[in-house]
Structure formats: structure tokens, C-alpha cells
Design a protein around this ligand. Structure first.
Ligand code: PBG
Length: 323
């Protein structure tokens, strides 16, 4: 006991602290999200997310080269189509922005892992993540459409498809479709425990996917539930998910920890748009130090148990970690 025992001894110098550090955030943990749009030479900053852009496939290829050069292993792609319809058919258009972006990235930076988000909300006129019947999202009718989208991205060259829709049974449906179409090696990262969260607002503004009526509570998880997250993870793994994810991250560190303790495989966490925008806003107000706070949050997500962190801070963090 004190005074013989003093925990401050090992905090005395930077080298001592480095030596006993328990969690090490690495560039290897990071995934950078990118938003791709139709057209050429388009690079438009997002009003809701400073330093993030709408990029056409040509511009995105350059961005991918920079991301690869920074040592970041992967990107995840979201697309904004030319036009939207009731069933979100733009999601499986082989000439759509995401397949074009995948091909462009694979040419520009072949070693970069390309993940494609699979969901209909960016492509439906009503903004819901599936087919709507009588103002309710029809689970089973949506599975076929999600499978088409996943196969379309696999055909374009995606390494990983990432269903974020929260329909029941979608991981199994997508796995069967990929295997049937000759893509047994394309992996699935499932947004297994995805919560109905207010923290997605800046993203929805960026891809114009806010639901035109109602909300997503009939398919995304209730923020109050933790046990249910473990069931979601278990089911997605049983259906063939290679990586499971918890989303958002910062307000759900307990969920990340519990999922970590429930299975040994790769676990991802998505530090979402609202988490990013919140830090950016506070930094702009002059009340937070951006580098310190962003790295602290990312380290906390890793400490909670995530191996893979999807973050809009990936490029900054890669630079900060190198320095
Ligand atoms: C699509 C999807 C969303 C996000 C990732 N995939 C939005 C939503 O569910 O409304 C959010 C990402 C973010 O906020 O950064 N379903």
C-alpha cells in the first residue's frame, strides 16, 4: 500500500508510459469512408461534415491513392445515385457510382481493401432501407434486392460487402447469392448491432437518405438494448458474417466490450458522422483540441475491444500516428 506503492512511478516519463501502455492504436485498425457521386471531376465538401467530400470516380481514385500511401488498409464506399426510385434500383446498377468507384480504386490502388456498404436507403425515393409496403419496410422482399446489390459490388471487384440495412436474414441471403454467382471469397462485414441513432444525421444529409416518413426504429435496434446486440451478432455469425460491427461507437462502448467478450473473431466499430461532426463543431468553437480528442476517442474504441474502426478521422489519425 501507499507510500510503498506508487502508481505514479510508471507515469513519470514519456518512455515509461510508452513501455506500459496497454492499448496501441495503429493505422492498421482504420477504415476510411468515402462518398461517391456520378459525373467527372466532382469534389464537393459536405456541408454537414467538414473535410469530407462528394467525389466522382476519377477524383476518388486519387483519394484512394492518398489513403493507401498513408498506410490505411481499407475504404468503405457509399454512393449517391443520379436518381432514386421506390425500390432503390440504383443500388444494383453496374454503371452506378459505387461499381464505377470500385473499378477506379482497384486500378489506382490495387492493394487497398475495398468495402462496399450494402443498403437501399441512399437509392430509395422514400429513404427507407428496404421495400415499403403499407408504410412498413417489408423484410423478406428486401433480401433479394440487397443480394443483387452485393453481387453487383462483388462483380465490380469489392473485397468485402457490408450490409447496413438491419433486415433479418440478410447475411445468409447475401452469402448464398455471392456463393451462387461465383464469389465465395468476397467477405461479409455485417452491421450486426446497428442502433436507431440520432448520430447518423450528418450522414443522412450527405447522401440525402433521411426517411420521408416515419423513422428506422422498426428495423434498427433500440438504443436501450444490450442483450439483443449479442443475439444479433450470434445470428449474423451463424449466417456467415466474417466480421461483425457495432454502430455507433462512442455511445456504445459497453456493447463493443460485451461483443468482444462473447466471441474471438474480428470486431469492427463505426465511429459515425455525428461523432465526427460533434468533435469538429467543438473544435471550431475553440473548446477542444482536435488531435488529442480524436485520438482519445479512437483509442477508447480500440480499448473497448474493436479491431477495426471505421472513422472519418482515418486520414488525420494516420498522419498523427506517424508523427
Ligand atoms: C445506411 C447507412 C447509414 C450509415 C451507414 N450506412 C445511415 C442510416 O442508417 O441512416 C451511417 C453512417 C454515419 O452516420 O456515419 N443504412
Amino acid at each position: 500500500m501507499f507510500p510503498e506503492l506508487r502508481l505514479r512511478r510508471l507515469r513519470r516519463t514519456a518512455t515509461l508510459r510508452r513501455m506500459v501502455r496497454e492499448t496501441r492504436l495503429s493505422v492498421d485498425n482504420l477504415v476510411y469512408p468515402l462518398f461517391t457521386v456520378p459525373g467527372r471531376r466532382v469534389k464537393r465538401e459536405l456541408a454537414s461534415m467538414p473535410d469530407c467530400y462528394h467525389l466522382s470516380a476519377d477524383m476518388l481514385a486519387r483519394e484512394a491513392e492518398e489513403v493507401a500511401k498513408l498506410g490505411i488498409p481499407a475504404v468503405i464506399l457509399f454512393g449517391l445515385p443520379e436518381s432514386k426510385d421506390e425500390i432503390g434500383s440504383g443500388a444494383w446498377d453496374s454503371k452506378g457510382p459505387v461499381p464505377r468507384a470500385i473499378r477506379a480504386i482497384k486500378k489506382a490502388a490495387p492493394e487497398l481493401v475495398v468495402m462496399a456498404d450494402v443498403c437501399l436507403c441512399e437509392y430509395t425515393s422514400h429513404g427507407h432501407c428496404g421495400v415499403v409496403r403499407d408504410r412498413y419496410v417489408d423484410n423478406d422482399a428486401t433480401l433479394e434486392l440487397l443480394s443483387r446489390a452485393a453481387v453487383c459490388y462483388a462483380e465490380a471487384g469489392a473485397d468485402i460487402v457490408a450490409p447496413s440495412d438491419m433486415m433479418d436474414g440478410r447475411v445468409g441471403a447475401i452469402r448464398s447469392a455471392l456463393d451462387e454467382k461465383g464469389f465465395p471469397m468476397v467477405a461479409i462485414l455485417s452491421y450486426a448491432a446497428k442502433y436507431a441513432s440520432g448520430f447518423y444525421a450528418p450522414f443522412r444529409e450527405a447522401v440525402q437518405s433521411a426517411p420521408q416518413f416515419g423513422d428506422r426504429r422498426s428495423y434498427q435496434m433500440d438504443a436501450a438494448n444490450a442483450e439483443e446486440a449479442l443475439r444479433e451478432v450470434e445470428l449474423d455469425l451463424a449466417e456467415g458474417a466474417d466480421i461483425v460491427m457495432v454502430k455507433p461507437a462512442l455511445a456504445y462502448l459497453d456493447i463493443i466490450r460485451r461483443v468482444r467478450e462473447s466471441f474471438p473473431g474480428p470486431l469492427a466499430a463505426y465511429s459515425v458522422s455525428g461523432e465526427y461532426a460533434m468533435i469538429k463543431a467543438a473544435v471550431r468553437q475553440g473548446c477542444l483540441d482536435e488531435k488529442q480528442v480524436a485520438l482519445e476517442v479512437l483509442t477508447a474504441i480500440k480499448r473497448a475491444g474493436a479491431d477495426i474502426i471505421i472513422t472519418y478521422y482515418a486520414k488525420d489519425a494516420a498522419r498523427w500516428l506517424k508523427a
